[in-house]
Write a protein that binds this ligand. Sequence first.
Ligand SMILES: Cc1cc2nc3c(=O)[nH]c(=O)nc-3n(C[C@H](O)[C@H](O)[C@H](O)COP(=O)(O)OP(=O)(O)OC[C@H]3O[C@@H](n4cnc5c(N)ncnc54)[C@H](O)[C@@H]3O)c2cc1C
Length: 487
Amino acid sequence: METSNDKLERRLYSHDLAPLPKEMDVIFKTMPDSVVRPQYTQDVVQIVRKAIATSKPIVPRGAGTWGLGGSVPVKGGIVIDMTAMNKIISIDEQNMVVTAQPGITWKALADALDAKGYFLPCYPSSSPAATLGGWIGTGGTGIGAYKFGSAGDIVRDLEVVLPTALVIHTGDKLIPQNGGGPNLNWLFVGSEGTYGVITEVTMTMFPKPEELRPVSYSFSDLTKFGPALKKLVRSGVTPMHIMFSDKLHFDYLRAIGKNAPEVGCLITCALTGSKASVDLEEKTLDEVMISSGGKKEPKELADHEWSERNYEFRLREMGVGAIPGEILVPIDKFVTVVEGTRKIIQQLKLKAPTIGTVVDQNTVMLMPYYLTDEHKLVASTAAMGFAKRLGDLAYENGGRAVGLGIFFAGNLSKYRGKDGAQLVRDIKKVLDPYEIMNPGKMVETGTRFGISIPAFLMNFGMHMMGSMKRILPRDKVGEKELSSLKK
Ligand SMILES: Cc1cc2nc3c(=O)[nH]c(=O)nc-3n(C[C@H](O)[C@H](O)[C@H](O)COP(=O)(O)OP(=O)(O)OC[C@H]3O[C@@H](n4cnc5c(N)ncnc54)[C@H](O)[C@@H]3O)c2cc1C
């Protein structure tokens, strides 16, 4: 097992996708004391034992592509980089399950299954980098969710090293959890690395469908997709995936020389199944979309959009940060929330495209993002204010922000109620009696001093950051590129 105490390397592990400004060091000790790279479950057991003996925090980390600080220390300690645990343990073709170590990327696993004629039903759009443990750890939703469910839905069993160094299995590899007592798989799905370290994952796999056919439709504006969306979820058509992007997203892409359509917004659905069933679904989908004001776009465009599904943040190629906010809202609030999001973007003097997916028949995920120089304090100020306001908008409309991490731990009581949140804290105490497993996240915003920031203060602070952003000058990142497009 590799261990590093090198300062530069430790610095690399002191942030995730969204770098924190150095001013935050006053509150959080984001620099780990060491970084370890286990290869086997027993290595993780040893790390946990050492952490207990030395009272050092441990922080499980996949690829660090989540932006809410889940894999960033707040009190230093040991970061466990899981990416060396990246082996496929078995592909059971008889029972259609695959078992792998948690540090493999979703793409590497999907490619290995593809080579054998199988198909991973869902994965995050960050699949070229994101690890199995990371996505399951965040309880994420992603590509394939509309037909096959999200990260937790395909899990059969997890091997987990608990914060007491015990190793458990949460399910049964070959059969689902139904009727076997409380579902322990789901206890760890979305626990954001605070309940234990996932060291092995067993999931269902599917035979590759005869046909996977992307189809795209444009509308004059994202809000105009609302009526079509209502019809679509009642139509009986079940695309594997439904994704959308607004006009500004494509404008920016064209401004940096990418191939992107000139449309008000674009909806792309991926249909899977036998050729005959996909033909039938496409016909129904055409009727639904066109009767609701949509225009069918050429096959080449649909194929191109599908090939780009893992690269929504190409604008980062401009050398700037793309800071996303992510919310889940009920289907019937889609238009209200798109309009509300635009209002927030305007109030905070941002320019922010909106992309998203239809997660299931009831839910839409919206991910507006804006470009900024992420290393400046003003940028992170805006990020906090933006994410806070966006989360509040979702909550007012029956939805919520995605993830808790460091900064949104205060939302736990809002989402689960006072007693529900207390139960989550109690479970954490039982599992982690030595308080070593990724402290300061999910159930509290912890600081380097061991005291946590009360939820009301954190929420107030983030709201004030948004208010500050309203009086700060407009962020001009990306404007030059956009204006070159207009000429
Ligand atoms: C371009 C882009 C696209 C994205 N698309 C999606 C998407 O479609 N859907 C989506 O849900 N998210 C998406 N995300 C967010 C992010 O990529 C996912 O949450 C991702 O799966 C995290 O994986 P990771 O390996 O980077 O985890 P990390 O960021 O390293 O960790 C995430 C959390 O999981 C915990 N963790 C990591 N490994 C383990 C382990 N082995 N055991 C226990 N806990 C662990 C960490 O402590 C942390 O709390 C996207 C991000 C980017 C940048």
